[in-house]
Design a binder for this molecule. Structure first.
Ligand code: ADP
Ligand code: MG
Length: 565
């Protein structure tokens, strides 16, 4: 709203909520801190899990920061930005979601103190930016080299990532699977850089057995069975026909009436049909295919002929699966039986129907393209399987991160402590208010080792002092071994390692969100279309009065809707 020569001019729609200056900032900071507090107890291998129940009563049990925040319905705009932090972290590197949110919360908490000392937000955000850049530099400087050939490093990183999950008991086996999967799909570009696309690793889930029965299949799984019991259930060295059309006689689009005048005519009809289907089956057999994977149906009669020819057939396979098969087996997808040629068939070392629990699935393995792999997740219940899937997703991301970035740091709070120490030294070279901001950035990093210790029931201050002492003595990877509770001088030596990019991204995403929140000094929220916030008269105000009345409502910003805090 603005004043023009004493006349109130209405700029914003009636019912718009507005909050400015300190109020706005404090409110935002408080909301963001609440979010960080919510995930705090789940950090690290000793962290607790959360059970989340949505409005339909569906339950999720998890320890994954991104999942927790995705599931809870956050209303406050600044709190939503914190949720974004975890999402960014998840999509960029796949791990470190809890860390990034806790870090952002701590940065804001400490920034608040500086604000109270009348330090301008821009000075703080500028200091944070400098500190973050320096922190990234430090992290890379202390990193150790790794990469696709460093199997131990890859496996350890995957295990560290999974040790904080429900699946930690099975982490050795799962880490091996994740590493093998990423190694299978990794590609080297011309400039010698490795990339791995985790989308290429497919995940299939099946309840039953235990987590340890989870396996890696080099190939593709179809949730289908062989169409007729007489067909072979296992074909090795298999030529595969991928077919988009049906092996049926096409029904006409319109109603045709036929006048049949004699029984012979019926027989003739049936014979004709049989002949057509036999020809179709022959075409398949003549191509040399031993397996037919069909997107549409296969007529019973055709099944009979295919069975006689010793061909395995699968019908009504999803288009997307057929496309994947085309890639994996190197076959062409045919739309017409007349076009089939032997050299365009796909190939797989083994096509086999296997029973898993009560369902039969088709496994197409040892494909031409070894880049297609499936992780078949097993586990007692759906809740467990879902958490295994999340853990595997994180571990796949972590292995990919190391393959692509080729750098590792020790875990257990080591990189945070080391970075903090070096940042404080850097801060002293700056001077002025910026120094203050860089110092509180360094102090904020301590929250990670502190929280890890707290969640494991250790004394925070005590642990922090021990860690600092070890680092001062030059042990850059000194951290807390949470299996024993002891401070050890080299976390990498005991196999607790993390990708450097995960730490780097946590710093980047938390600093970004923090700066964004700190720069906001005006929150303008439009009126909700359904239902006015409390304190607002229903039905609005008479025109002309609206401006003034709205102003009055504005002054008492206590009238934020309940969801806003
Ligand atoms: P995030 O969502 O941030 O990845 P996690 O709950 O996965 O949070 O915890 C990750 C933290 O736990 C990292 O700081 C990592 O170094 C630490 N950590 C994992 N395993 C161990 C271990 N065995 N000993 C000490 N720290 C560990
Ligand atoms: Mg993690």
């Amino acid at each position: 709203m603005a004043q023009l020569g004493g006349t109130p001019v209405l700029i914003m729609r009636e019912g718009t909520e507005r909050q400015r200056g300190r109020d706005a900032m404090q409110n935002n900071i408080a909301a963001a801190i609440v979010i960080a507090e919510a995930v705090r107890t789940s950090l690290g291998p000793m962290g607790m899990d959360k059970m989340l129940v949505d409005q339909f009563g569906d339950v999720v049990i998890t320890n994954d920061g991104a999942t927790i925040l995705k599931e809870i319905d956050v209303q406050h705009p600044a709190a939503k930005m914190m949720v974004e932090v975890s999402k960014t972290q998840d999509s960029e590197v796949g791990d470190g979601t809890t860390t990034s949110v806790i870090l952002a919360g701590e940065l804001l908490k400490r920034a608040k103190k500086l604000l109270e000392q009348k330090i301008h937000p821009t000075v703080i955000t500028e200091g944070f930016r400098k500190a973050a850049d320096k922190a990234v530099e430090i992290l890379y400087a202390i990193s150790i080299n790794s990469g696709i050939d460093d199997e131990e490093g890859l496996k350890n990183a995957a295990m560290t990532c999974m040790s904080s999950k429900i699946v930690s008991e099975s982490k050795v086996k799962l880490a091996q699977i994740c590493m093998d999967a990423i190694k299978a799909v990794a590609e080297k570009s011309e400039d010698g850089k490795w990339t791995a696309d985790i989308e290429k690793v497919q995940i299939q889930k099946k309840e039953g057995d235990s987590i340890d029965d989870t396996s890696l299949i080099k190939g593709i799984i179809l949730d289908k069975e062989v169409v007729s019991p007489g067909m072979p259930k296992s074909v090795s060295d298999a030529k595969i026909l991928l077919l988009q059309s049906a092996i049926e006689i096409e029904k006409t689009e319109f109603d045709a009436k036929l006048q049949i005048t004699s029984p012979e005519q019926i027989q003739q009809f049936l014979d004709e049909e049989e002949h057509m289907l036999r020809t179709m089956a022959e075409k398949v057999a003549n191509s040399g295919a031993k397996v037919v994977i069909c997107q549409k149906g296969i007529d019973d009669m055709a099944q009979h002929f295919l069975t006689k020819a010793g061909i395995m057939a699968v019908r009504r396979v999803k288009k997307s699966d057929i496309e994947k098969l085309a890639k994996a087996t190197g076959g062409t997808i045919f739309t017409n039986l007349d076009d089939i040629s032997n050299d365009k068939l796909g190939w797989a070392g083994l096509v086999e129907e296997r029973k898993i629990m009560n369902d039969s699935w088709i496994f197409i393995e040892k494909c031409k393209d070894p880049k297609s792999v499936v992780i078949l997740i097993r586990g007692g219940t759906e809740l467990v399987i879902d958490e295994v899937e999340r853990a595997i997703h994180d571990a796949l991301c972590v292995v990919r991160d190391v393959v692509e970035d080729q750098k590792l740091v020790g875990g257990g709070g080591a990189p945070e402590i080391e970075t903090a120490i070096q940042l404080r030294k850097y801060a002293s070279t700056l001077g002025g208010r910026e120094q203050l901001a860089v110092e509180i950035f360094a102090d904020s990093l301590d929250i990670i080792p502190k929280t890890l210790a707290e969640n494991a029931g250790l004394d925070q201050i005590d642990t922090l002092m021990k860690l600092r002492a070890a680092h001062q003595q030059g042990h850059k990877f000194a951290g807390t071994d949470l299996d024993t509770g002891d401070v050890v001088n080299d976390m990498a030596k005991i196999g607790v390692v993390e990708p450097t990019v995960v730490k780097v991204q946590a710093i980047k995403s938390s600093t970004e969100a923090t700066s964004m929140i700190l720069r906001i000094d005006d929150v303008i929220a439009s009126a909700k279309s359904a239902g006015m916030p409390p304190g607002m008269p229903p039905g609005g105000m008479p025109p002309g009065m609206g401006g003034m009345g709205g102003m009055g409502g504005m002054g008492g910003m206590g009238g934020l809707p309940p969801g806003m805090m």
